[in-house]
Design a protein around this ligand. Structure first.
Ligand SMILES: [Zn+2]
Length: 322
């Protein structure tokens, strides 16, 4: 079920759930795999979620309805999966699909096709997909899977909502340094991970982040006056702010782990600070702080004023009763 991907793919999971709840499912998705090994599984699960008549009411996903059962058996006519026939996805494969989809759906009113390997569309098949996408037919949803969006014609990409999966989190090896753990957590591509690992700036960022939270936990509102400016010099843009807000969450999660008697996952190197924060906070207050940070981090995607954002962070966290 879709919930199975909540941990591997928190962002895409949330985006899709949101779209389902708000009824804003679009007619075409391009899913970038970025090295994620279960992309097709993910696409099928998403399709099943949309096709199952119970998904709106039954959060646990049914597995029992006709749709779910036949999808699991691979016999559901309104879900087609197209994979390269030899080296390419051929035009004939898509013509066949078009013909099949032209008839009325036998069950329900939705049809979904998944193109597994959208980079394997040749000129002809790419053009017939393009036609599909340019003149969407109500009730038909396309899901295209590809390693990276740049492998697909721009004209196709621009007609899809692009979703970026991330490589599964490596089991965090206890030998990994904090930097390496954060790198694997924070970035999707090996190139970004390497970049992060190779720059010294990353160490300063990590240090700055930990120092900031530790200072806040001791001094509260003073953080606004004494820390926010320097903090924003280290994290000057949207991307880096989004990144550091995720680290804040990891840090507080470690505090929570400590409070619950579990092992510290990420910031082992700062065990003493984590212990102190754990003592000064209740489990409830740490959970609430995590929630506040999550809410604020959502706003970073829009045009927020960074100074106001950081002030608001301190104020919001101070509102949480210890
Ligand atoms: Zn079902």
């Amino acid at each position: 079920m879709l919930d199975d991907f909540q941990i591997d793919q928190p962002i895409v999971y949330k985006t899709l759930l949101n779209a389902i709840q708000k009824n804003t499912i679009t007619h075409a998705y391009l899913i970038e795999l970025n090295g994620y090994s279960k992309g097709l599984d993910f696409a099928k699960t998403f399709a099943k979620y949309l096709l199952c008549p119970h998904h709106y009411t039954n959060a646990l996903n049914c597995k029992e309805c006709y749709q779910c059962k036949t999808i699991d058996d691979g016999n559901f006519l309104e879900l087609k999966i197209i994979q390269p026939d030899g080296q390419w996805i051929k035009k004939e494969q898509l013509e066949e699909l078009q013909q099949e989809f032209n008839r009325k759906a036998l069950v329900g009113n939705q049809k979904i096709y998944i193109i597994d390997g959208a980079d394997k569309l040749n000129t002809y098949s790419a053009n017939s997909i393009l036609k599909f996408l340019e003149e969407p037919v109500p009730g038909i949803i396309a899901i295209l899977l590809v390693e990276n969006a740049y492998q697909v014609m721009n004209t196709i990409v621009s007609r899809c909502q692009v979703l970026s999966l991330k490589k599964e989190n490596y089991t965090i090896n206890s030998d990994f340094s904090l930097k390496k753990r954060l790198a694997y957590y924070s970035f999707h591509t090996l190139e970004d991970i390497e970049n992060f690992l190779q720059t010294e700036e990353s160490d300063q960022k990590i240090e700055c982040m930990v120092e900031y939270l530790n200072y806040f936990e001791k001094k509260g509102y003073q953080t606004i006056i004494y820390k926010n400016k320097a903090f924003l010099e280290t994290f000057p843009d949207k991307n880096s702010l989004y990144l550091v807000f995720n680290w804040f969450i990891l840090y507080y999660k470690d505090v929570l782990n400590y409070q619950l008697g579990k092992k510290i996952d990420y910031f082992k190197e700062y065990e003493n600070s984590i212990m102190e924060i754990a003592k000064e906070n209740t489990i409830l207050s740490i959970s609430q702080k995590i929630e506040r940070i999550l809410e604020l981090s959502e706003k970073i995607k829009y045009n927020v004023n960074a100074t106001m954002l950081m002030d608001k962070l301190v104020i919001d966290l101070m509102e949480v009763k210890k």
